[in-house]
Design a protein around this ligand. Structure first.
Ligand SMILES: *Cc1c(COP(=O)(O)O)cnc(C)c1O
Length: 394
């Protein structure tokens, strides 16, 4: 059976050229970058080359890139590190209700440690209103953290405007750009952000590697203590194969971005139009145009998300849902609730995230099986209205 992977927001396959670049560093080029002999110097040179590649993707300076174990650590480092550095000046942080748990759970931990956190609401499309940020800023505010693009609904936030408001107020601005990097052009100088998180495995790089961009001069304390690696901002012997892989993934993303973006946007719009025109009682979650190139997120009324996923899996299609059973908790996705969906409608959500290796035939497979799956599941639902395939229920 042909299998179609449509969960690129969860993780991506390592690009063949990334793997090729990494292999020597898992084999004979195994040196520790801190060692002075040739093995060490070669590993050091490779990590510095990768740092420059990551910096180039977002128009940063290489010295402004701190390599981490991934997006989660970068987010933890940004919030906890700034709180530790500036906690004497103020103890208020602003974020949004739709952030990734790497931000939300770190913010909650800071609340337990005496910080006050404001969670900005979003509108029905998932957008943060810059006016609400203006109103939430206080003399105590030291940091604002708003994600670049949401991992569930794909909505792209007005980051330049939010960063400008924050800067005028004298606080620092962080953005979790894990989903945006490699999919949308990002220029940290133009955007005016102070800190930005990214992750390797969301951009065809390896898992377990990421980075935090830290604008030169930004006050931040390390999260991980030990040796003098990463200019003492992040201790621990470097994950050299991972770093080299992240660098190559960043180089390829910069090179291929316009092409990837056009390819993904075309497939996305084809899929969205096809689903909305072939299935009733469906809504598109997230903004229609201010949206990640590869993201499609729907809610189907009278359908359970996990049943949808199981049926799609039987058809060879990998997708994800914001329903409770797939999130590992009793509540459906906090993002879907934040944009105003009822629990019932949030339970019937389906996220399809497209990647560079997908083709139009993959979308056609979804469009050929999804209407029947939805019809069949609704036929078993006691909530679905008459005529929605209920003929054999009575
Ligand atoms: C995946 C993701 C993260 C976490 O990154 P990891 O590298 O998996 O730790 C953080 N934020 C967003 C928006 C993500 O999509």
């Amino acid at each position: 059976m042909r299998r179609v992977y449509l969960d690129h927001a969860a993780t991506t396959a390592v690009h063949p050229k990334v793997l090729e670049t990494m292999l020597p560093y898992l084999q004979n080029q195994f040196g520790n970058p801190s060692s002075i002999y040739s093995w060490g110097r070669e590993a050091k040179a490779a990590t510095e080359n990768a740092r420059a590649q990551v910096a180039a993707l977002i128009n940063a300076e290489p010295t402004e890139i701190v390599l981490t174990s991934g997006g989660t650590e970068a987010d933890n480092f940004a919030l906890t590190g700034v709180a530790a550095a500036l906690g004497q000046r103020g103890r208020h942080i602003i974020t949004s209700t739709i952030e990734h748990h790497a931000i939300l759970h770190t913010a909650e931990e800071l609340e337990r440690n005496g910080f006050q956190v404001t969670y900005l609401p979003v509108d029905a499309d998932g957008l943060v209103d810059p006016e609400t940020l203006k109103q939430a800023l206080t003399p105590e505010t030291i940091l604002v953290s708003i994600m670049f693009a949401n991992n569930e609904i794909g909505t792209i936030e007005p980051i330049a405007e939010l960063a400008q408001i924050t800067k005028e107020h004298g606080a620092l601005f962080h953005t979790d750009a894990v989903q945006a990097v490699g999919n949308i052009p990002i220029d940290v100088k133009e955007l005016g952000v102070d800190l930005l998180s990214l992750s390797g495995h969301k951009v065809y790089g390896p898992k377990g590697i990421g980075a935090l961009y830290v604008r030169r001069g930004t006050k931040i304390r390390p999260l991980i203590h030990g040796g003098a690696q990463e200019r003492k901002f992040r201790a621990g012997t470097e994950n050299v194969p991972g770093i080299v892989g992240l660098g190559k993934a960043a180089e390829l993303a910069k090179l291929e971005l316009p092409e990837r973006r056009a390819h993904l946007t075309g497939l996305r719009d084809y899929l969205i139009d096809g689903v909305l025109s072939s299935i009733d009682y469906v809504r598109l979650n997230g903004h229609r145009t201010l949206r990640l190139p590869g993201n499609a997120n729907f809610s189907f009324e009278f359908v359970e998300g996990e049943s949808l996923l199981l049926s799609l899996d039987l058809a060879g299609i990998a997708a994800s849902s914001g329903s409770a059973c797939t999130s590992g908790s009793l509540d459906p996705s906090h993002v879907l609730l934040a944009i105003g969906l009822s629990h019932e409608v949030a339970h019937g959500s389906l996220r399809l995230t497209i990647g560079r290796e997908n083709i139009k035939e993959d979308m056609d497979l979804v469009l050929s099986v999804l209407p029947n799956i939805v019809r069949r599941l609704r036929a078993m639902s006691p909530l679905a209205p008459e005529g929605e395939g209920l003929s054999y229920v009575h």
